[in-house]
Design a protein around this ligand. Structure first.
Ligand code: PRX
Length: 652
């Protein structure tokens, strides 16, 4: 084993083939992989035909100024027209676009495509009245309510790039994003419902705007009716403006490379990066992948549990599904309000057939117990999706068995804010799937795993994940910082896009994601992946969730330190739980991977999008003062963990 290669230590040999009936009617066939590989631009040019263009493009890809791409050169289109109006024009105006489910029980609202067209046009007209012009930026800070989707589409309709800031972010996070992209208008709400109670949003906007003198208008949705401070001359109510505006608005066609939105994502260091997506390429790939990867059919009912504040909400709640004219559920609240079966109740009530969520949610449901989903009829589900991190084989099989009735295929979709749309995933009617692997690049995408010198590794070896050819929904730059764009993504191997993830290819060439390269540990000269050790821990019947970090160690360079949450059914685990878990990892992976310490904790520190903040756990493991916790979903978690760690050390 060399230092260059990330160790390949996990063992997983289960393979699930596509169900026969799904394969027989699948949108995509196996030949498409070869067809696309033979001529990628031609393949994407063909997929672009699923959109309506005001002016046809003359060239699919201009890569002459790499890494700054131009897709669908000369083409003009309007993203909102493609997501809304054209479905009405083709006779589907009565089809439901959104089944909104508010967190308070019984608070529901169905919106058809024809209604959505009116609402988006009204919002566009109201934004014009607030002075928004093509090219101006608009910040959106809303709960998961229909107005979030309407606001995004209204901006797209005007060619005013939106930047959606997750409603759970602080005033500081909001102001830094508004300042970075110089937004002129903010769209927000008085509040939203969260865990059974109204939770205010507007105060954070008011605080943020103290630092943002250039914001001239704030459009406020009345959602909860709570008392709301008001700045005359700046703030206007949605119901007094949008609801009164004309439903007539003629969408203008914009250049394919016109900016559609800026989405901020954290980097390893420094300030968040404003990832810029443009119109044509982004819409083509989000629309095609929604259709291909979820095998979307017109009568499907789709539900993605992400928040519109993340890229998943942009590509797979707003642009991908709506470009396809899909019907979807939009749910405002948390999975356990008012009870832990709320999601499965919604699946049953709306007969959801395509369901897309994150591994962290799956593990939470695993922890809560099999009996909760078992109380609901989930037989409408035909495809399950996973996104955001590797899904541990144990969670995968639990998801397939307990949500998917033991037969429903899972698509484990690898992609990033930067890639804009799915890149690596099985196709549910075409390819086999292995629990824990995102399998191979989808048609039209070229991914590779390379070593330090940029050479492809052999099957059975690990390295760094790169994308070797440009793709339509690729980020175009980091907003206002072309140099940082080049440096971050295109400098390690200038001809490849470096995703920052470690990966390995198994004996069949399937790709297994190993987490961010920054999360790779080096124990006695062996590079171990945090993901593999976490998977081994979660495969133990008493463990619900695990996070592993490398802590400095005098002897081994780094040592494995594990933080685990036990399942409720483990009832505390018993006296020997630590030894049992260390041995379990030793047995599953090998003695080298045995954690030096195992900490049983009540919670793990996570960002609001559910990613474990290993940086904080490393601080605990290395006995440092815990660093910046501002992006933590629950700031109290670190105190709980640190105090527990102290006790464990005293006991040693
Ligand atoms: O490390 C990979 C992980 O999430 C990162 C991208 O995060 P973000 O930009 O927030 O986008 C999340 C939603 C697309 C990747 O670099 N990641 C995402 N999906 C997977 C994954 N890791 C393993 N398997 C996945 N399916």
């Amino acid at each position: 084993m060399t230092e260059q290669n990330i160790s390949n230590l996990s063992h997983e040999d289960r393979v699930f083939e596509p169900p026969a009936d799904l394969a027989a009617n699948a949108n995509v066939t196996a030949e498409v992989y070869d067809e696309a590989a033979a001529d990628r631009p031609a393949f994407w040019g063909k997929q672009a035909e699923r959109l309506d263009w005001g002016t046809p493009f003359t060239e699919v890809l201009d890569w002459s100024n790499a890494p700054f791409a131009k897709w669908f050169v000369g083409g003009k289109l309007n993203a909102a027209y493609n997501c809304v109006d054209r479905h009405v024009e083709s006779g589907n105006g009565d089809k439901v676009a959104l089944h909104f489910v508010g967190e308070p029980e019984g608070d529901t609202r169905d919106i058809t495509y024809a209604e959505l067209q009116d609402l988006v046009s009204q919002a566009a007209n109201a934004l014009i009245d607030l002075g928004v012009q093509t090219g101006d930026r608009v910040a959106i800070y809303l709960p998961m309510i229909p107005e979030a989707v309407i606001a995004m589409l209204a901006c797209a309709r005007l060619g005013a790039p939106h930047t959606v800031v997750f409603g759970g972010f602080s005033a500081d996070a909001l102001s830094s994003r508004i300042l970075d992209c110089e937004a002129k208008v903010v769209i927000t709400a008085d509040g939203g419902y969260r865990r059974g109670a109204p939770s205010a949003l507007k105060p954070a906007v008011d605080e943020a705007l103290e630092k943002c003198p250039d914001v001239t208008g704030v459009l406020v949705v009345r959602r909860t009716g709570q008392d709301t401070a008001w700045t005359e001359g700046r703030d206007v109510w949605w119901h007094e403006t949008v609801d009164q505006a004309s439903t007539d608005h003629t969408p203008e066609m914009f250049d394919a490379e016109h900016p559609l939105y800026v989405m901020y994502t954290s980097g390893t260091t420094g300030s968040p990066k404003g990832i810029l997506h443009t119109t044509g390429g982004y819409l083509v790939q989000s629309a095609w992948t929604f259709w291909a990867v979820f095998d979307y059919k017109p009568d499907d009912i789709y539900w993605c549990t992400a928040d519109v504040g993340w890229v998943t909400g942009h590509s797979y709640i707003v642009y991908g599904p709506l470009a396809n004219g899909a019907t979807q559920v939009l749910y405002e609240g948390t999975p356990d309000t008012p009870h832990k079966g709320r999601w499965w109740q919604i699946v049953q009530d709306y007969k959801v057939s395509l369901f897309y969520t994150a591994p962290t949610a799956v593990r939470t449901f695993m922890k809560w117990g099999d009996d909760i989903p078992a109380k609901h009829d989930l037989s409408s589900l035909r495809i399950l999706g996973s996104v955001g991190e590797s899904i541990n084989p144990e969670a995968y099989v639990w998801y397939r068995d307990n949500i998917g009735g033991g037969t429903t295929p899972i698509v484990d979709t690898w992609w990033q804010t930067e890639t804009g749309a799915h890149m690596i995933s099985p196709l549910p009617g075409v390819t086999s799937a292995k629990p824990g692997s995102a399998m191979t690049a989808i048609p039209g995408i070229a991914a590779e795993v390379v070593d330090d010198s940029g050479n492809p590794v052999d099957n059975g070896e690990g390295g760094y994940l790169v994308i070797t050819e440009p793709w339509p929904s690729m980020l175009r730059t980091i907003w206002g910082d072309d140099d940082r764009y080049k440096e971050t993504y295109w400098s390690r191997w200038p001809q490849y896009y470096f995703a920052g993830d470690g990966a390995r290819k198994d004996e069949d060439g399937a790709i297994w994601l190993l987490g961010r390269v920054d999360d790779v540990m080096n124990v006695s000269g062996h590079r171990l992946s945090t993901t593999e050790i976490e998977s081994a821990l979660v495969s133990h019947p008493k463990v619900a969730e695990a996070a592993v970090v490398g802590a400095t160690d005098d002897t081994t360079g780094q040592a494995v330190v594990a933080f685990v949450i036990l399942r409720e059914s483990a009832q505390g685990g018993g006296d020997d739980i630590i030894a049992e878990l260390r041995n379990h990892v030793g047995h599953q992976i090998g003695p080298i991977a045995k954690p030096r310490q195992v900490m049983v904790v009540p919670e793990l520190p996570k960002t609001r999008s559910g990613k474990i903040m290993r940086r904080l756990l490393r601080d605990v493991a290395e006995n440092r003062e815990v660093g910046n916790t501002t992006t933590l979903a629950d700031a109290g978690v670190m105190d709980l963990i640190s105090s527990g760690m102290q006790t464990a050390k005293d006991d040693d």
